[in-house]
Design a binder for this molecule. Sequence first.
Ligand code: SAM
Length: 161
Amino acid sequence: MSRLDSFIRRVSAQRDCLNAAADLIRDVPGPVLEFGLGNGRTYDHLRSLLPERTIFVFERQVAAHPDCIPPAECLLLGDLFETLDTAGTVIGAPAALAHVDIGSGDPGANAELAAFLAPRLHRLMARGGVVVSDQNLGMPRWEPLRPPETVRPGRYFMMRV
Ligand code: SAM
């Protein structure tokens, strides 16, 4: 598969999982958490899917398209290892949906990040909320959800808290 094909499959999987998750949280109140703003593609998609929800974004360094930069009060700027423990006071309510897209090509670093993130994310989530992630976050108490048929198994992950 070419790198172009791989990129297309990855962003299609993101879109299809986020669309499915937006339906699944229809009856779960609460904000949305976006981990990894990047150039703002998925933030923009979440914004269009869920216009009535506040979206809080975790990002080390903002380098997004100017139209896709969250308002300052919704941006948790800095390394997750420093911002996550106190994020609950900024967010203010249990989250209905989290999208985690912060993995790198380094499996060791990904595992370390997942081990740090998952229990802290659990504390920020509403019961019945949905986590969509680029990696398996290894939380046995979350119920794995089947991504849409269009998503190849193992490419993107969905879990019910
Ligand atoms: N979902 C985004 C989009 O659609 O444009 C792409 C996200 S990009 C793949 C990953 C982002 O996560 C990068 O912008 C990077 O700076 C951020 N990131 C990675 N590790 C982080 C960490 N430990 N703390 C904060 N941000 C982090």
